[in-house]
Design a protein around this ligand. Structure first.
Ligand SMILES: Cc1cc2nc3c(=O)[nH]c(=O)nc-3n(C[C@H](O)[C@H](O)[C@H](O)COP(=O)(O)OP(=O)(O)OC[C@H]3O[C@@H](n4cnc5c(N)ncnc54)[C@H](O)[C@@H]3O)c2cc1C
Length: 337
């Protein structure tokens, strides 16, 4: 049964810990409850927003409307062969607990995505990625309810239009569908991806390379580099790594010979946003209560009682100075509300 709470504090529901409220808040544990909430939204004309773990959101103000959060649970095996297992997972499952569950069962494919905060239902939205792996390579289908029609939809992997930190749910269909279940195909014969960052180096500590040790290595690296939201509110990488044309990159390379780069194979080159921000002098700096993390310049942090607008203002200052220095416009990865 749904319960609607009024004037609800979101401080514990966003990893920046901004002290904002919404007019109404409710969770849903099944699709029928979700439909009931959507009807309440339509009948009362309340603006509607879906919230997962709040780890990719920057609230700049109170939300005058209804916020709904999935608590749809369950990991159900749909089919299985000697090679792989297909599972259907409720959107309200915690992402990292699901990764742990797969590793425990020796199912490979998402172990490099350990310790990313958030819910399973949100992982397709920005096609979460880390340590050389993107979740799109394991997602087979996404089930949704369309808000306007209340109809059930099933999106195939191709229909999700996945890209780098991107999908149809972040673009054309932003705010139009609620994701209820995600389907994954995980491999029983492990294929490890170890050639990214210092993962291989970290694994030297172990006698054996297996899913459990890879997961632990990723967790250890992340814990050593990224601020925990409990210590400093943050939303992980604030900006996307920009892609520039090869011609533009050649010009940058002439002026900044040490610039790191990841060729994309389509005459485009990806440049780490963290490097650009650091070169523009922002690493460890702050404006008021909003800061740039001292170990990872891509992460903007709440130093205490920052508001969403203070962090947004800092982000805009960073965008301006990176643009002035390098002629590159950084795009925000975080959803601003
Ligand atoms: C410390 C830290 C580290 C991070 N590291 C990484 C990383 O390595 N790689 C990476 O890709 N990301 C990373 N992130 C970002 C974030 O964890 C992911 O984007 C995650 O998938 C967000 O999940 P969430 O449930 O918290 O989403 P939320 O922040 O709650 O929501 C994000 C967006 O999705 C929408 N939404 C939420 N649930 C649904 C639903 N069921 N249906 C439709 N729309 C919905 C919301 O309206 C919002 O627009 C990190 C964040 C933090 C704080």
């Amino acid at each position: 049964m749904i319960e609607i709470k009024e004037n609800f504090s979101l401080k514990k529901y966003n990893t920046f810990s901004f002290d904002v409220k919404c007019s109404y808040f409710s969770t849903f544990s099944k699709v029928d409850e979700l439909k009931e909430l959507i009807i309440i939204h339509i009948n009362n004309k309340y603006p509607l927003m879906v919230l997962g773990g709040g780890s990719n959101i920057l609230f700049t103000t109170d939300f005058e409307g209804l916020i709904i959060q999935s608590i749809i649970k369950g990991v159900e095996i749909i089919s299985e062969t000697n090679e792989y297992v297909d599972v259907r997972v409720g959107s309200g499952e915690n992402w990292d607990e699901f990764v742990g569950y797969c590793v425990q069962h020796d199912w490979s494919g998402i172990e490099n995505l350990s310790l990313i905060p958030g819910f399973v239902g949100t992982c397709p939205i920005q096609n979460i990625g880390a340590y050389g792996v993107e979740v799109k390579d394991t997602i087979t289908k996404v089930e949704t309810i369309e808000i306007d029609s209340l109809n059930d939809f099933v999106f195939s992997n191709a229909e999700c239009n996945f890209g780098y930190r991107d999908s149809i749910f972040k673009k054309e269909l932003k705010g139009k569908h609620v994701i209820t279940y995600v389907y994954f195909r995980l491999k029983k014969k492990s294929e490890f991806v170890l050639n990214y960052g210092n993962l291989n180096e970290e694994l030297q500590k172990y006698n054996l390379i297996n899913l459990k040790n890879i997961r632990q290595a990723v967790i250890d690296i992340r814990n050593s580099k990224l601020p925990k939201p409990e210590d400093f509110g943050n939303a992980g990488s604030f900006f996307k790594n920009p892609e520039v044309k090869a011609v533009k990159f050649d010009e940058l390379k002439r002026n900044y010979p040490t610039i790191p780069s990841y060729p994309q194979g389509n005459s485009r080159v990806k440049v780490p946003a963290g490097w650009l921000i650091e070169q523009a002098g922002w690493k460890g700096k702050n404006i008021g209560n909003a800061g740039v993390h001292s170990k990872q310049a891509l992460v903007l942090i709440n130093l205490g009682n920052a508001t969403g607008n203070e962090v947004l203002n800092l982000a805009k200052e960073i965008q301006n100075s990176v643009n002035q220095k390098f002629g590159i416009q950084l795009e925000m990865e975080v959803n601003v509300v």
